[in-house]
Design a protein around this ligand. Structure first.
Ligand SMILES: *[C@@H]1O[C@H](CO)[C@@H](O)[C@H](O)[C@H]1NC(C)=O
Length: 364
């Protein structure tokens, strides 16, 4: 079993244990975050590292490994402080990724194989935008499954794909069915028509549009429970055509225009989007709105809504934000979700947006 998945398992045991415990845990967590990001306080790295290990159930095989991870952790505290200055409307601090270098983080927890919008993809029709609600969240309409966890595997693209198809299938059938990422990880080797040699390859990355293409050709995706996630790509394909739970009717890319993105979201369900994840390794909450952020896309996520309530920093009054479902578990970000401001294609979030439609299937 994968080393980090077993850590997650230990962590869930810890959560079960702590739910019987005191309220100190959550108070401690709040303090913890404030101390890390507070400029004026002495950074007590030793103490923070102990809390971090306890909170995320981390243990290291050797003293060398422990010392190395502590050094990385300290570097990440400094990094969180720098990112906090660049991104004042979000909270940056300690996350489950705080003992990983940025390179390890990119390698193990992202996995998007694409830098640009596909050139020859179907374009979504232009929709009217005059009657859009000011706030909208597909979670309120039952179209979003609970937050999943890709573990230590560059399979973000498969979670973005299933999330979009789960929503589309809900709109087509009225039923919310959790779909199998592992089917995509094991069976989808579809290649990007625009980029020779760039093919969906399990934990080594992939692309949502290629995964929609695979799903169209294969006939559909199975249920999560019929083809559960393992977090590795060493298994063989176990796709069973008789157990298809959702099928793709068509898919297309949405223009960069944010009103069009919102209109497609409201009409067609959650959208598969790509993003640059540099501000996500240290993200704890709030609306991320960095002054500068690369538009180099490296992570696939799911756009489920937008809003503006409760967000009025001096710099950007009532600026609306996107609500994004991530695949790093519920203990990352805001219960597994990320908020990022609209208006400037921040971190490339508007650059590669896909919408999918599902057909009604006869399976149970
Ligand atoms: C996609 O499929 C849906 C459902 O069958 C259909 O209503 C819609 O018109 C199709 N869209 C495009 C762009 O072909």
């Amino acid at each position: 079993m994968d080393y980090r998945l077993s850590i997650l398992f230990v962590f869930s045991l810890f959560l079960v244990a702590s739910s019987f415990g005191s309220a100190d845990e959550s108070i401690g967590d709040d303090l913890f975050i404030r101390q890390v990001v507070d400029e004026d306080r002495l950074l007590n790295a030793d103490h923070h590292f102990s809390l971090f290990k306890r909170r995320f159930g981390k243990s290291y095989a050797t003293q060398e490994e422990h010392d190395y991870r502590f050094a990385v952790f300290k570097a990440n505290l400094g990094r969180a402080k720098r990112l906090q200055k660049l991104d004042p409307s979000a909270i940056h601090g300690v996350t489950q990724f705080s003992d990983m270098t940025p390179a390890e983080f990119r390698r193990n927890h992202l996995g998007l194989k694409r830098l640009r919008l596909p050139a020859d993809a179907n374009k979504a029709p232009i929709l009217p935008t005059n009657d859009l609600p000011s706030d909208f969240d597909w979670r309120d309409h039952g179209a979003v499954t609970s937050v999943k966890n890709q573990g230590s595997c560059g399979s973000c693209w498969s979670f973005s794909t299933t999330g979009a198809l789960e929503g589309a299938n809900f709109l087509a059938t009225g039923k919310l069915v959790s779909l199998s990422e592992q089917q995509l990880v094991d069976c989808d080797h579809e290649c990007d028509p625009d980029e020779p040699g760039s093919c969906d390859s399990g934990c080594n990355g992939g692309l949502m549009n290629s995964a929609f293409e695979y799903s169209l050709k294969a006939g559909g995706l199975m249920r999560e429970e019929d083809y559960p996630y393992t977090g590795t790509d060493r298994g063989t394909c176990k796709f069973d055509k008789t157990k298809i739970a959702a099928s793709v009717a068509n898919f297309s890319v949405v223009s960069l225009d944010e009103d069009q993105i919102a209109a497609n979201l409201v009409k067609n369900g959650p959208l598969a989007v790509a993003i640059n994840a540099v501000f996500m390794q240290t993200y704890v909450g709030g609306v991320s709105c960095p002054y500068i952020c690369s538009k180099r896309l490296d992570h696939g996520v799911l756009l489920v809504g937008y809003g503006s309530a409760g967000y009025a920093p001096i710099r950007m009054k009532e600026k609306p934000y996107w609500i994004i479902k991530n695949s790093w578990g519920e203990h990352w970000g805001e219960n597994g979700y990320y908020k990022i401001c609209q208006g400037r294609n921040i971190c490339g979030v508007d650059s590669m947006v896909s919408t999918v439609a599902a057909v009604h299937t006869t399976s149970q």
